[in-house]
Each structure stands twice: as structure tokens, then as C-alpha cells.
Ligand binder design. Sequence first.
Ligand code: IMP
Ligand code: MG
Length: 181
Amino acid sequence: MLEQDVKKVLFTEEELEQIVSRLGSEITEAYRNKNLLLIGILKGCVVFMSDLMRHIDLKCRIDFMAVSSYGAGTKSSGNVRILKDLDIDLTGFDVLLVEDILDSGNTLFYVRSLLATRGAKSVRICTLLDKPSRRTADIRADFVGSEIGDEFVIGYGLDFDEKYRNLPYLGVPYPYVYSGE
Ligand code: IMP
Ligand code: MG
């Protein structure tokens, strides 16, 4: 049903587990004497962040933000809107933004600038996937799961038109999936 739309598997469940486990160790090292607050960017972060936080061996807090810049297309519109804001006051926290994929960088550029005005001690970025070839905003992630080429990917939380987030691995869909856009 779901798998028939996948042209190519990019990362299997086992490969994702290895990537996320390595990121968890790096974050644990980097935040040992800090006051870590993980902020997941909904909805793409849900699967990644729930796996990642269980690989972080520190007392940390979590919160979520929802922003929108895409609609149903495969390219960023550049217009970022806050759909759900944070519950926690950022004062004194070392914030780590958790994102599924850094593409044009518009979303995180906007979110990071916004959070910098709210009293956080530091704001850094962890992304599962990085598409550096498509970057237009001046932003880099501090923790990167893997760089990928200029392909649209689905699964492990990443959607096309709000579907395929529940695919347990990362794949590239057949063009017919998004050819109607
Ligand atoms: P940016 O603002 O262009 O960096 O886009 C970031 C957001 O676009 C990500 O959080 C994803 O939700 C979405 N996105 C970018 N590339 C892909 C992709 O290949 N598959 C699914 N979603 C994507
Ligand atoms: Mg998204």
C-alpha cells in the first residue's frame, strides 16, 4: 500500500538507527554541563526526535513548535508562519532545534532568529538530513545525520502532502506521487 509508491530506499530502519544513535552520543557529549532543551519542529521531527531523545543520556526537557512554509508542494515558499508556539520560557536554556531536513534553510533561519530574541543561552541545530545544494539562507546545522543530494524524500516523519510520515524508513517516491503539483 505505502511501499508501492517508493522508487528507492535511501536509508533502511537499521541505517537510521545507527545514524540516530551516533547523533545521540555527539549531543550527550556536547551538552554534558549544559541545560538542554530539545525543541522539535513539527510535524517532520516526530519520529526522529522520539528516537533521538532516547539516545541522549542527559536530563533534558522537550518542547515543540509548528511552523509552515510549504503547503502541498515540494519546494519552500519562503514564507514562514508560526502555527504552534512554545510552552516553555527559554531563559537560561541551551536550546537544540531538532529538524527533519534542512533544505533551503528558510524555516530554520526564521525560527533561530526568533528564538535568539527570547533569552536562550545558546541555540544550535540538529537535523537528520541536510541538502546543502539547495541552501539559500545563511544557516548551517551543528549536528547532521547525513547529507543527501537534491532529491525529494519521504518517510520516517517526512511527508509529501501530509502523507508517508509513517513509512518506517526513508525513501524516494516515484515521480507520479508529486507530478500533479
Ligand atoms: P526549508 O525551509 O526549505 O529548509 O525546508 C524545511 C522543511 O521543508 C523541512 O522541515 C521539511 O518539512 C520540508 N522538506 C524539505 N525537503 C523535503 C523533502 O525532501 N521531503 C519532505 N519534506 C521536505
Ligand atoms: Mg515538513
